[in-house]
Design a protein around this ligand. Structure first.
Ligand code: BJW
Ligand code: ZN
Length: 254
């Protein structure tokens, strides 16, 4: 593993104590997760080794223009992902965060993931800032509904008006839900500690939450397999797999 300047390396020799102390003293916590937390459940990440977008260009698939151009091709990609997600389960990283929420007075989990695994693990206060792959939205009347069918009809229709449905996710160039985003910013500003897990921190506005935390004087801990654009300015950057490190960081010592 490459050396990180000022970063705690703990793949092999775990000195997690400073981070454990910081996280265990916190009474108000915000957590931001990305695709890396679901990787150990068998969900491909977007970028990096084995990333979903190795074979596809993001802008070909995750944009409203791509859906308008070819809704069937877009739905094929989402249906393929829904097929993977239907079979996976939360991993120890998800469960450690769910357990932590039960012990912290103020806890908000902000996720960029659309897989629903945090709720399945037991987290209650979850803000899905990029939406959910299990929600369909009618492009004609705006109605939204939950649907876990797999495989889907590749041109799914709205039961109310017959309009074409799209995935209930946020694509590039689309605004995030303003209430959900405002709640995420509030949670970060009022936290004692902001924990950032498994995100490449390349997609905005999610990537702006760490600078926001910093400007509000909130301590930041990052956990990732690799260095990210955030690693240089966070208080503690931990290198490792979230499924292995989070239980050791967060679960009460035995
Ligand atoms: C592990 C691990 C293990 C692996 N343990 N770690 C400011 C500056 C520049 C650009 C912009 C800006 N503001 C807005 C933009 C434009 C754009 C943007 O960000 N572009 C950049 C790419 C340059 N943003 C937007 O358009 C957003 N909208 C917006 O800002 O609205 C206002 C606006 C409107 C109109 C015009 C302009 C602005 C919307 C962004 C929507 C993102 N949507 C997607 C798809 C969701 C649906 C779907 O799932 O299909 O969300 S893109 C994709 O990336 C997905 C993810 O949630 C998101 C982030 O990815 P994430 O989670 O970080 O995953 P990876 O794969 O990148 O990283 C995984 C990490 O895990 C790696 O670091 C690994 O090392 C690590 N890892 N295994 C720990 N076991
Ligand atoms: Zn409709």
């Amino acid at each position: 593993m490459r050396d990180w300047h000022g970063v705690t390396r703990n793949e092999h020799c775990a000195d997690l104590e400073p981070a454990r102390l910081l996280l265990r003293q916190a009474r108000s916590v915000a957590v931001l997760t990305g695709a890396g937390i679901s990787a150990e459940s068998g969900v491909p990440t977007f970028r990096g080794a084995g990333g979903l977008w190795k074979q596809f260009r993001a802008e070909d698939l995750a944009t409203p223009q791509a859906f308008e151009r070819d809704p069937r091709a877009c739905w094929e990609w989402y249906d393929w992902r829904r097929g993977i997600l239907a079979k996976v389960r939360p991993n120890p990283g998800h469960y450690a965060l769910a357990d932590w929420e039960r012990r912290i007075p103020q806890f908000t989990l902000i996720t960029q993931n659309v897989d629903g695994l945090h709720a399945e693990a037991g987290n209650r206060s979850v803000l899905e800032i990029h939406g959910s792959i299990w929600i369909l939205r009618c492009i004609a009347c705006g109605r939204e509904w939950k649907d876990r069918t797999f495989p889907l009809d590749l041109l799914p229709r709205c039961g109310a008006c017959g309009g074409l449905a799209r995935p209930g996710v946020v694509w590039f160039g689309e605004n995030l839900n303003p209430e959900i985003w405002a709640a995420a910013e509030r949670a970060v500003r009022s936290a004692d500690v902001f924990l950032v897990v498994g995100t490449s921190a390349q997609v905005y506005p999610a990537a702006s939450l760490a600078p926001l935390a910093r400007s509000a004087g909130v301590r930041i801990v990052e956990l990732n397999l690799e260095p990210t654009p955030l690693s240089g300015f966070v208080d503690l950057a931990l290198a490792g797999r979230s499924g292995e490190i989070l239980p050791r960081l967060l679960l009460p010592s035995t």
